[in-house]
Structures are given as structure tokens and as C-alpha cells.
Design a protein around this ligand. Structure first.
Ligand SMILES: [Zn+2]
Length: 264
């Protein structure tokens, strides 16, 4: 029998477990298998599905992740609210290692990824003007204030194909454009969630400076970086618990009717 689960969380690098007394569920989708089994737990009286997007043992690099299967599996479980934490590099000095960014925009520099569920015959042009859920973002700001986190309410993430990192010239170009952070997984994950009318929020954890500005900033010892990163994973988990506690799983949001004006 299928679980009815309203909340979903994708784990990123360094984030492979969430919730206690988890029940492991194997899912299959029309798009193939998700990155791993899904781990379902109860948090604040609500069912939460957790899926590490790189697989439990981090076996799928960003360009090999089956994003459609991951997002579809969440939808099939009943998920309406989806959280996409991820590790990112900073492109601007003001975005410091250890800060959290709730992205409001992305720049897609990936290629060849399967990035839609809609191949006709019904033509579907979903809006990506505001890719991230406004309601979940407000809830996240509130929790970040309560936890006194160092965070940024907005940010543009450049999503590169990987697995290679940027060249210095590429990285400096992104910085000059004013873009904030860099990552390899936010596209197409965020848009696939929108295509299935789920609320989706990004929670980016800055782990380092990208190569274009790395020489301009003071370097921290690796041990300090690792400590900061582990503290931040812990903070993100606390943030998620807080939002889940506040979340009314019967609430409605504009994300839930994203297809209304997408078909002609
Ligand atoms: Zn929403």
C-alpha cells in the first residue's frame, strides 16, 4: 500500500539522512528508478519523504542524476511541498562560506539533461519567471531568523553541467554578471517540480569560493571549512524541522495550479 506523504526533501552533498525511524520504500517511475530508495519518517506529526539526489553512497554525479524519476517519485507519494537543499560555491565576496542562500532565480548552463515531463501532444509552456515557491520562502526566512542564521533572502544560482568545475574565465564572467552562487543540480530539479505543480524551495549552503574570486578572499584551513559545512548541514536540518512544524499541509499555493495558464 502506498504511503500518502505531503512533504519531500532532496538531500545534497553531505546530506544523506533525514528523520528518525525511517521506513524505506522502493519506487519505480515511468522515467526509471530514482537515485535511491525513499526514506519516509514522521516529523512534527507529518509524513516526510527523503531522497538523497546523488544516491545513498553518492554514486550519481550531477549530470547523471535521473531528475525526472526523483521528482516523479515524490509526486507519486503525494508530495506537495518539496525542499531542495544543496551545496554551492560563491561567486561574490559578500556571499561568505557558511552562509545560506534562498535562491529566487537560476541561470541554466546545463545541456542534454531531460528537463521536462511534457513532450506533447498537449503543448505545455510552464512559466519559469519565478521558479521558487513564494510561500515556502517566507516560511524559511522566519525560521532562519529564529535560528539566527547568516543568510541571503535572494540569490541567482548559475547551474553548470559538470562534472568539471568552471574555468577562471567562466567563473569571472558569472561574477561580472552579478550572479551569486554556482551549483550543478538546481536545474532541472526546480522546474520539474513546478511542472508537477509542487511547491519547491532551494536552500543553498556555501561551501567555498569559486575559482574566479578564490584568490581575492582569505582562505580558511580545510578543517575549518569542514566544521562549518557540518554545522550548516545541521542548521539546515533544524531549519527544515521548523518549517515542517509550521507547514499547513492543507494550504494552497499558486504553485499548485502552475499548469492552468501553461496550455494553449
Ligand atoms: Zn508554492
Amino acid at each position: 500500500m502506498k504511503e500518502q506523504v505531503s512533504i519531500g526533501v532532496f538531500g545534497g552533498s553531505g546530506f544523506y539522512q533525514f528523520g528518525e525511524d525511517v521506513k524505506e520504500v522502493r519506487m519505480d517511475t515511468p522515467y526509471g528508478l530514482p537515485s535511491s530508495n525513499i526514506f519516509i519518517s514522521t516529523i512534527e506529526g507529518k509524513k516526510v519523504a527523503f531522497l538523497p539526489r546523488h544516491g545513498v553512497a553518492h554514486i550519481y554525479p550531477p549530470q547523471e542524476i535521473n531528475y525526472r524519476a526523483n521528482v516523479w517519485a515524490m509526486k507519486e507519494l503525494g508530495v506537495k511541498y518539496l525542499f531542495g537543499p544543496c551545496a554551492v560555491g560563491s561567486l561574490q565576496q559578500k556571499n561568505k562560506v557558511g552562509d545560506i542562500v534562498f535562491c529566487d532565480q537560476f541561470i541554466d548552463r546545463t545541456y542534454g539533461r531531460k528537463d521536462t515531463f511534457y513532450h506533447g501532444p498537449t503543448t505545455t509552456h510552464i512559466s519559469s519567471a519565478e521558479p521558487y515557491c513564494p510561500s515556502l520562502r517566507e516560511m524559511a526566512f522566519k525560521q532562519a531568523d529564529i535560528l539566527e542564521l547568516s543568510y541571503h533572502k535572494t540569490g541567482t544560482v548559475v547551474v553548470i553541467q559538470g562534472p568539471r568545475f568552471s574555468s577562471k574565465a567562466e567563473s569571472q564572467w558569472y561574477t561580472r554578471e552579478g550572479w551569486d552562487i554556482i551549483n550543478m543540480t538546481q536545474y532541472p530539479e526546480a522546474m520539474l517540480a513546478r511542472e508537477l505543480e509542487m511547491c519547491y524551495i532551494n536552500i543553498s549552503i556555501i561551501t567555498d569560493y569559486d575559482c574566479g574570486i578564490a584568490q581575492q578572499v582569505k582562505h580558511l584551513p580545510l578543517a575549518d571549512i569542514m566544521t562549518t559545512f557540518n554545522n550548516n548541514i545541521s542548521n539546515v536540518k533544524k531549519l527544515l524541522y521548523g518549517i515542517i512544524k509550521d507547514l499547513d499541509i492543507h494550504s494552497t499555493c499558486s504553485c499548485h495550479c502552475a499548469l492552468e495558464n501553461a496550455r494553449f
